[in-house]
Design a protein around this ligand. Sequence first.
Ligand code: MN3
Length: 205
Amino acid sequence: MYKQFSLPYSYDALEPHIDAVTMETHYSKHHTGYTNNLNEAVKKLGEEKDIVELLSSLDKIEDEKLRKTIRNNGGGFYNHNIYFDTLSPDGGGEPEGELAEAIKQSFGSFEEMKEKLNELSIGQFGSGWGWLSANKEGKLKLSSTPNQDNPLMENDGYVPIFGIDVWEHAYYLKYKNLRGDYVKNIYNVVNWKRVAELYEEVKRG
Ligand code: MN3
């Protein structure tokens, strides 16, 4: 059984940047839905792999319909685990330590990284995600993906450590069509300490 990330903060904890109704719907309806659908779908596979392994080897699923269901719901399960895990009412500020160094090396500065990530996230046509990913060598990459796809599916060794959900369900109740305002405000609640831990985990392999 794949287990949905347990929220360590209340639905209203990220107010005013992310409103309580959006959080509740997002977590208890959307994310729970992806998780349940994934668990249903893997029963048909007959084996349960680690989620990273599963999403990195989707082409091994022969049944096309099942492969699509697992791509969408496995992605939805995994992506939201990262999303909710890397937000916090105590978030904001800037990354520190090795992650900060790596950001500086890769993008020049934290501000420049944010600018590029925002551009990718805001520019993602339709539903999708903006991503900061890392590989075993500690290199960083920014990208965006459609739907519930994620960088694991590109099979280039990069693992997401932070993602901005730009599906309308993530912001529309509060921000309406102003995706850019949501993307800019999310930095008030990003838990960079947790992102740095995920960075270390990717490097450890
Ligand atoms: Mn979402």
